[in-house]
Ligand binder design. Structure first.
Ligand code: DX5
Ligand code: ZN
Length: 216
């Protein structure tokens, strides 16, 4: 089972973003997690194409882009080309034609991701799991970094992993929100493959060391 760490740049010091990117390049982290918010799907705004393009220029690891936006279809082509996504995740709650949306992402040879808000049950994925290379389980209500982990998500991770194994799929399970040294072992144990961490990494005195410890 993969045990990957994807630091979320949302918690980085935006005045020194290049340093944060370099830190992640140097570290044992696997992916860059990039949070895109539109002020509609979530009550916050974050970064757009100019910032992501600048990150992509310097990043030497894959970009895992998490779209917390309404009408993601309007921007898929640009996220897959200009923003150089390796994984592009859309929210189940934001997509009326999720199958079409995932096919659109796959046409770009980009990994497809589906995110579920904390209130959305894993069972809604039954018909779409084969089209998803990754499922992102939100373990906080999306919109902000630095929130408290919702403990019931641990059981949700187990449930999802069991379903993936039952269907013989290789879909990755990603957990996003409130993840840190205190819960990473339990999450990997429950079946998570990728852990996103913002605050736990970027507010640490030694971010690289936190990433190293989380992977152990
Ligand atoms: C929240 C974002 C997360 C966030 C995680 O809406 O999707 O990726 O940056 O930050 P922490 O790890 O601080 O909860
Ligand atoms: Zn995220």
């Amino acid at each position: 089972m993969a045990r990957m760490i994807a630091p979320s740049l949302l918690s980085a010091d935006f005045g020194h973003l290049a340093d944060a990117v370099e830190m992640v390049n140097r570290s044992e982290a696997d992916w860059f997690h990039i949070d895109v918010m539109d002020g509609h799907f979530v009550p916050n705004l974050s970064m757009g194409f100019p910032v992501i393009r600048a990150v992509a220029e310097d990043a030497r690891k894959p970009l895992d882009i998490h779209l917390m936006i309404e009408r993601p279809d309007d921007y898929i082509d640009r996220f897959c080309t200009e923003a150089r996504a390796s994984v592009l995740t859309v929210h189940y709650e934001a997509c009326t034609h999720l199958h079409r949306t995932l096919q659109h992402i796959r046409q770009h040879q980009v990994m497809t991701g589906v995110a579920l808000n904390p209130h959305t049950p894993v069972s809604v994925l039954e018909e779409i799991l084969p089209e998803a290379d990754l499922v992102l389980l939100m373990s906080v209500n999306p919109g902000f970094g630095g929130q408290k982990f919702i403990p019931s998500v641990l059981r949700k991770v187990e449930k999802l992993k069991n379903e993936i194994l039952r269907l013989g799929l290789s879909t990755l399970v990603e957990v996003d929100g409130g993840v840190g040294l205190g819960n990473c072992a339990a999450l990997f144990e429950a079946g998570a493959d990728v852990l996103v961490c913002g605050n736990a990494v970027f507010s640490a005195e030694n971010p690289e060391d936190v990433i190293r410890q989380m992977k152990r």
